[in-house]
Write a protein that binds this ligand. Structure first.
Ligand code: ATP
Ligand code: MG
Length: 203
């Protein structure tokens, strides 16, 4: 499961857990992105902070792990590179790429379409506020095996990292939206707090 994870929240964890159960997966590997070019409009927290929050959030689940492949790669993150690296590390594994309804179409729209499907099956999960559909990709999918892309409903959690960042910036609670250790990490590292120059009250 790839993501910016800025911060990781319970929506990510429920999605991963549900897909693991439905597909009887041995392991879910969370892969925080390196430099996310798609989010260039805002400053993304340092990769090391996002990586550590992901480790904290997943540490208690024996079948969850975190990979540094995207964090350690010099260039911007492309799903095909992530899958190539994971395939190299786990040559005998059958890989599934888990993604939310909002991200599925865009991931499948980019580059190296054919290689993506050689490397992994794709699982799109429902997400409140987004339609779970492959819409304009349908015609491309026609030639592919039926299980190349599977859409599944997961328990709806209307949580986004954007909302968590806004809350943290305004000193409102993120408890129960993200795991406890992540709440504490955000506070310890002072993530998402406006910089002094941006504070209206000068405090
Ligand atoms: P941001 O608001 O910064 O975009 P986000 O909450 O969308 O953050 P990402 O790190 O962008 O989180 O998402 C990683 C993956 O998890 C994406 O495939 C996304 O669609 C999926 N995802 C995120 N939140 C949910 C949720 N509440 N339910 C289901 N899937 C989700
Ligand atoms: Mg997102």
């Amino acid at each position: 499961m790839g993501g910016t994870f800025d911060p990781i929240h319970h929506g990510h964890l429920v999605a991963a857990s549900e897909v693991a159960d439905r597909f009887a997966l041995d392991e879910v590997i969370f892969v925080p992105t390196g430099q996310p070019w798609q989010k260039a409009a805002r400053t993304v927290s340092p990769a090391e902070d996002r990586y550590l929050m992901t480790v904290i959030a997943t540490a208690s689940n024996p079948s969850f792990s975190v990979s540094r492949v995207d964090v350690d790669r010099e260039k911007a993150t492309y799903t095909v590179d992530t899958l190539r690296d994971l395939h190299r590390q786990h040559p005998d594994a059958e890989l599934f790429f888990i993604t939310g309804a909002d991200a599925l179409e865009s991931i499948l729209s980019w580059q190296d379409w054919e290689e993506l499907f050689e490397l992994a099956k794709f699982v799109g999960v429902s997400r409140p506020g987004f339609e779970l559909a492959v819409g304009h990709l349908a015609e491309h999918l026609e030639g592919l095996p039926e299980d190349a892309v599977t859409l599944i409903e997961v328990p709806a959690l209307a949580i986004s990292s954007t909302e968590c960042r806004l809350r943290a910036a305004e000193n409102r609670p993120v408890w129960y939206l993200v795991p406890d250790g992540v709440v504490q990490y955000i506070s310890k590292r002072n993530l998402y707090r406006p910089h002094d120059s941006e504070r209206l009250d000068g405090a």
